[in-house]
Design a protein around this ligand. Structure first.
Ligand code: GLT
Ligand code: MN
Ligand code: MN
Length: 388
C-alpha cells in the first residue's frame, strides 16, 4: 500500500491565512484562537508541506513600523528554515482594511489607487526577501454592487495602469517575480471585475510586459459561477500562462466555501489533477482553503494532510486511468483520425479550400460512428471508486 506522503516535487503549499484561519464567517465570531506565525510554520512543517505563502498583513499588521516588520521577517525566515519550508509566493492584502472598501487599483479615488500601488511595492520587497518568485494579484474588492458607482472601462484602464507600474518596479528591483492574476466572479463584492480566468488571459496581451504575467486560477472561483474549472485551467496551460494554481473545493451556486481539496467534487478534482499531471505542470500546487468552522487545530492538521493526500491519491488514479487498456482502446476508437482530411483543414490555402469543398463527406455515414461515452465514463468512475 502506497503511503501517499506529500511529494516535494509536487510543491504543495499553504497560505498563512489557510491553516491559520480562525473560523470567522459573516454570521459568526471566530471558533479558533489565533495562532502565531511560528505555530503556523511548525504545523506546516509537521504535515509535510513544501512551502508557505503569505499576504503582507498575514505576517504583520497594516500599521507595523519598519523595525517591527524587519523583526517579523527575521522570525519568518527562521521559522521557514527550522521547518524545512520555502516561500514560493507572496501577495498583498488589498481587501481587509476599510480604505479598500471600494477597491484598490480600481478605486474611484486617485489617492487610494496610489496607496494600493505603494502598499504592493513594499509587499513585493517583503516577499522577495523570503525568496518568493510568484506574485499573486487577487482583486478582492475590485468590483461593484451597482454599476452606477464605477465606470467599468475606467476600472480596466486603472487596473492595467497599476500592473504596468508594478512590472517596472519588479524589473528595476530585479525581484524576478512572475505575476499571477486570480479571477473570482463575486464575494466579497456583488460583482468583481475580471470575473473569470479568461478575463485575465484577455487582459495580459494588452499589458506592457505580457511575458511577466500569467494566471492563478482557483477551483472554487469558476465553480461558484457554475463553470467547468478544468476548461479554464486548460486554456491557461495552452497559452503557457498557468503560473500558479489554487486548489480547494466548492459546490456550484453556493457561497465562497473554500473547502478541503477533493472534499466535494472528486470527479472534477480527478480531471484537474489529470490535466496538471499529463501536461507537466511544474508550479506550486497551492491549497487555498480552510478547515470547517467546527474544527480545532488538531483537525486543521488533518485538513491540511487531507488536501495533499487526496492529490497524491488522485495522481495515482490518473496513472491507472492512463494505463488502463480498455480506456485507452475506447479513446482510440472515439478519436477517429484521417490523415488526408487533417492535412486539408490544418491550414488554409486556396488549393485546400477547393479540395475541401469537393471532398466526399457523407453526413449520414459520419453520424453512424460509435461514441461509447457511457462506457468510458463508467470505466473512469470505476478507476475513481478504486476497483480498476
Ligand atoms: C483570499 C481569497 C483567495 C486569494 C487569496 C490571495 S486571499 O483568501 O479568498 O482566493 O487567493 O489574495
Ligand atoms: Mn476562494
Ligand atoms: Mn485563491
Amino acid at each position: 500500500m502506497a503511503s501517499y506522503e506529500p511529494d516535494p516535487k509536487l510543491k504543495f503549499t499553504f497560505g498563512l491565512w489557510t491553516v491559520g484561519n480562525i473560523g470567522r464567517d459573516p454570521f459568526g465570531e471566530p471558533t479558533r484562537e489565533k495562532i502565531t506565525l511560528s505555530q503556523i510554520l511548525e504545523m506546516l512543517g509537521e504535515v509535510g508541506a513544501y512551502g508557505v505563502n503569505f499576504h503582507d498583513n498575514d505576517a504583520f499588521p497594516i500599521d507595523a513600523s519598519p523595525e517591527e516588520i524587519a523583526r517579523i521577517l527575521k522570525e519568518f525566515k527562521k521559522g521557514m528554515k527550522d521547518n524545512g519550508l520555502l516561500c514560493p509566493m507572496a501577495t498583498t492584502n488589498l481587501f481587509s482594511d476599510p480604505v479598500f472598501k471600494d477597491g484598490a487599483f480600481t478605486s474611484n479615488n486617485a489617492k487610494i489607487r496610489a496607496f494600493a500601488i505603494q502598499k504592493t511595492m513594499k509587499a513585493m520587497e517583503y516577499g522577495a526577501e523570503l525568496g518568493a518568485k510568484t506574485y499573486v494579484f487577487w482583486g478582492g474588492r475590485e468590483g461593484i454592487e451597482s454599476d452606477a458607482t464605477k465606470n467599468p472601462i475606467d476600472a480596466i484602464k486603472r487596473f492595467r495602469e497599476a500592473i504596468n507600474f508594478l512590472c517596472e518596479w519588479n524589473i528595476q528591483n530585479k525581484f524576478g517575480y512572475k505575476f499571477a492574476f486570480e479571477a473570482k466572479p463575486n464575494e466579497p463584492r456583488g460583482h468583481l471585475y475580471f470575473a473569470v480566468t479568461g478575463s485575465y488571459l484577455a487582459l495580459i496581451p494588452t499589458l506592457d510586459h505580457p511575458d511577466m504575467c500569467g494566471v492563478n486560477p482557483e477551483f472554487a472561483h469558476e465553480t461558484m459561477a457554475g463553470l467547468d474549472f478544468v476548461h479554464h485551467v486548460a486554456q491557461a496551460i495552452e497559452m503557457k500562462k498557468l503560473f500558479h494554481v489554487d486548489l480547494n473545493d466548492q459546490e456550484m451556486g453556493r457561497y465562497d466555501q473554500d473547502f478541503r481539496f477533493g472534499s466535494h467534487s472528486l470527479k472534477s478534482a480527478f480531471f484537474l489533477v489529470k490535466l496538471l499531471e499529463d501536461n507537466g505542470y511544474n508550479g506550486s500546487r497551492h491549497f487555498d482553503c480552510h478547515a470547517y468552522r467546527q474544527s480545532d487545530y488538531q483537525d486543521v492538521r488533518e485538513f491540511a494532510k487531507g488536501c495533499m493526500r487526496t492529490y497524491m491519491i488522485l495522481k495515482e488514479k490518473v496513472g491507472r486511468w492512463n494505463a488502463d487498456k480498455e480506456i485507452q482502446g475506447l479513446l482510440k476508437l472515439i478519436n477517429t483520425e484521417d490523415v488526408g482530411m487533417s492535412k486539408l483543414t490544418k491550414k488554409f490555402s486556396t488549393g485546400n479550400a477547393k479540395k475541401l469543398l469537393e471532398a466526399p463527406l457523407d453526413r449520414i455515414e459520419l453520424s453512424k460512428a460509435r461514441l461509447p461515452y457511457e462506457q468510458l465514463d463508467q470505466l473512469s468512475n470505476e478507476v475513481l471508486m478504486g476497483i480498476r
